[in-house]
Ligand binder design. Structure first.
Ligand code: GLY
Length: 310
């Protein structure tokens, strides 16, 4: 079967000034992840590579460029999950790790736990030789200026982004040529969040889930809403009932809107290779590579394609 990767750079009211860089960034990350799959790498390797690319790109709210909390600090969350075994690893509230997705993978592979937080995550990182960076090096000038402008959690984001919840996150889902699926999600959370606030992204079944029996999902959007409806798992439960990836995502996001007034987005891939990128926010930067065709979009109902060289 042919391998597929889908990535997102966050569902929110992406301002025009970030639109092109966001689309370019997700296209580059999808190509990076697809190169891993094409080289015989696993779905797990591909989603980690794609999310690392997004974490390194300062346009996205993850790793470098992450949103700042109420004290002006970075606190990062990430998850990775392997659909073969249902093994998962996550980190939350880490401050000085440039690529939290790789630390999450180490939690999955090198500990008997599913999530490490804050100081414990750092102690673990140190014990396995993961390089830490000064936390300030993850803060961009753009984010510092936005943070200064919007010290109020709710009114600030409404004014600037014309959206109840300004947020974004990055993520990737993939199926490899052996039919194994995986997901990864990484975020700085919501600007001006309380110190220690953890959103949906590192929580299994909420920010992501992967199961070879149904598919892999990575979510983005208002974390507290996603947590209430366990969005990733909800989407897969629709797939298990026989719905398509697209219909399952749409029904679940609609449910989240109706039930808890939350907006967001999701990317999904099934073991069959069928995939979807769906959102209820104004925009979501997404890209997918399927059979050497690069698909991408930003606005609702938008789907562009480019043929990649074989
Ligand atoms: N969806 C990311 C967050 O709310 O933290």
């Amino acid at each position: 079967m042919s391998a597929v990767i889908v990535v997102h750079g966050g569902a929110w009211a992406i301002p025009d000034e970030l639109a092109k860089a966001s689309v370019d960034g997700v296209k580059a990350a999808a190509c990076e992840g697809f190169a891993v799959l094409k080289g015989g790498g696993s779905a797990l390797d591909a989603v980690e590579a794609a999310v690392r690319t997004l974490e390194d790109n300062t346009v996205f709210n993850a790793g470098h460029g992450a949103a700042l909390n109420s004290e002006g600090e970075v606190e990062l969350d990430a998850i990775i999950m392997d659909g073969r075994t249902l093994a998962s690893g996550a980190v939350s509230s880490v401050k000085n790790i440039a690529n939290p997705v790789s630390l999450a993978r180490a939690v999955m592979e090198k500990t008997s736990h599913a999530m490490l937080t804050s100081r414990g995550a750092n102690l673990f990182a140190e014990s396995i030789g993961v390089v830490t960076v000064p936390a300030d090096t993850l803060v961009t000038e753009y984010e510092r200026e936005e943070w200064e402008k919007h010290k109020n959690y709710v009114t600030g984001v409404m004014e600037d982004f014309n959206s109840q919840w300004a947020h974004d996150t990055v993520g990737a889902v993939a199926v490899d040529s052996a039919g194994n699926v995986a997901c990864a999600t990484s975020t700085g959370g919501i600007r001006n969040k309380m110190v220690g606030r953890v959103g949906d992204s590192p929580v299994i079944g909420c920010g992501g889930y992967a199961d070879n029996l149904s598919g892999a999902v990575s979510c983005t959007g208002h974390g507290e809403s996603i947590l209430k409806v366990t969005l990733a798992r909800l989407i897969l439960s629709h797939i298990e009932q026989g719905k398509s990836a697209e219909d399952s995502s749409q029904a679940s996001l609609q449910y989240m809107g109706d039930r808890v007034h939350g907006a967001g987005g999701a990317i999904v891939v099934c073991p069959s290779g069928r995939w979807a990128a769906t959102f209820t926010t104004e925009r979501m930067a997404w890209a997918a590579v399927d059979q050497d065709v690069l698909w991408y979009g930003l606005n609702p109902d938008e789907r562009f394609k480019e043929q990649l060289s074989k």
